[in-house]
Ligand binder design. Structure first.
Ligand code: FE2
Length: 301
């Protein structure tokens, strides 16, 4: 099944990383080796870039579009992380660092806590444009980096890195990872003109950028922190529920909350399935569930 695996695999971090891939440096970074990309690899980027740029007007939020415009990201070449970092550093103090693929959680969080975004240096195969085992340069750069130009997201993701290190010590990574998943990877945002996407897992996926916004199948629910922390998610298919924020500053407010008391409360609250709708939810769209009803149950987190 490769329909939505692009977004799902691209959105994972750390969780599946193995020691086998460990590079020489302790922080798992490598040189991007930009000069070594082949013409075919640049051509894959171009195909993905052009396909997605046609789709995103009217779907991506204003901040994503603004970030993309201000960055040295174009159709013809895989972006050079050094040039991205120069622009990002001036705007929000972030850098993009190259990694060979998934990295262990603590390495990932440590990078984020220091405003370094680890990005896969490789690009998917031309015969597998919509299938991805690990986040590649298209998911990581096209999907994530434009949003890092926004000051609220920049601070929020740094706080997530710090929160990740704490959650790991408290044994609460599962709950925290759901917040990242349903915001940074699969978040929707309500703008004047209607719902827009800001999550990188959607923005970098040809199929999910249509499904998340247009399909009658998934639920679209107002974001609620504790509710999201209880909600499992699909890692190998489109999401059954998307959570909608009113503006990006809402995420910034999350980064100021002490999660420790929340974690304690979660012990009393049952886990929720991805498609559940609760009486207390603010439902923007009640999904009819047709898409997932027709498919075998896939892997959950
Ligand atoms: Fe991602």
């Amino acid at each position: 099944m490769d329909l939505a695996a692009e977004a799902a695999a691209g959105a994972r971090h750390g969780l599946a990383a193995g020691e086998a891939g460990r590079p020489e440096r302790a922080d798992w970074t490598i040189d991007q080796g930009w000069e070594r990309y082949t013409a075919q690899e640049h051509a894959v980027w171009k195909t993905l870039y052009e396909r997605q740029m046609k789709l995103l007007p009217g779907r991506a939020c204003d901040e994503f579009v603004q970030g993309m415009r201000a960055l040295p990201i174009g159709a013809d070449r895989i972006p050079d992380f050094r040039r991205l970092s120069e622009v990002l550093m001036r705007r929000t103090g972030w850098q993009v660092v190259a990694v060979p693929g998934l990295v262990p959680d603590e390495v990932f969080f440590e990078h984020l806590a220091h405003r370094r975004f680890p990005a896969g240096h490789f690009i998917r195969q031309p015969q597998e444009l919509d299938y991805l085992q690990e986040p590649d340069v298209f998911h990581d750069v096209f999907g994530h980096v434009p949003m890092l130009m926004n000051p609220a997201i920049a601070d929020y993701i740094q706080a997530y890195g710090e929160g990740g290190l704490r959650a790991q010590r408290l044994g609460r990574l599962t709950n925290l990872a759901r917040v990242y998943w349903y915001t940074v990877e699969f978040g929707l945002l309500r703008q004047r003109e209607g719902l827009r996407l800001y999550g990188a897992g959607i923005a970098s996926s040809y199929t999910e950028s249509v499904f998340a916004l247009d399909s009658a199948s998934p639920n679209r629910l107002r974001f609620d922190l504790e509710r999201v922390m209880r909600t499992r998610y699909r890692i190998d298919d489109f999401q059954e529920s998307y959570f909608v924020i009113d503006d990006l500053d809402q995420l910034l407010e999350l980064s100021r909350i002490d999660f420790a008391p929340l974690y304690a409360r979660l012990d009393q609250a049952p886990e929720l399935e991805p498609g559940d709708v609760l009486p207390g939810d603010t439902v923007l769209h009640r999904g009819d569930g047709t898409y997932h009803a027709g498919r075998a149950k896939g892997a959950l987190k």
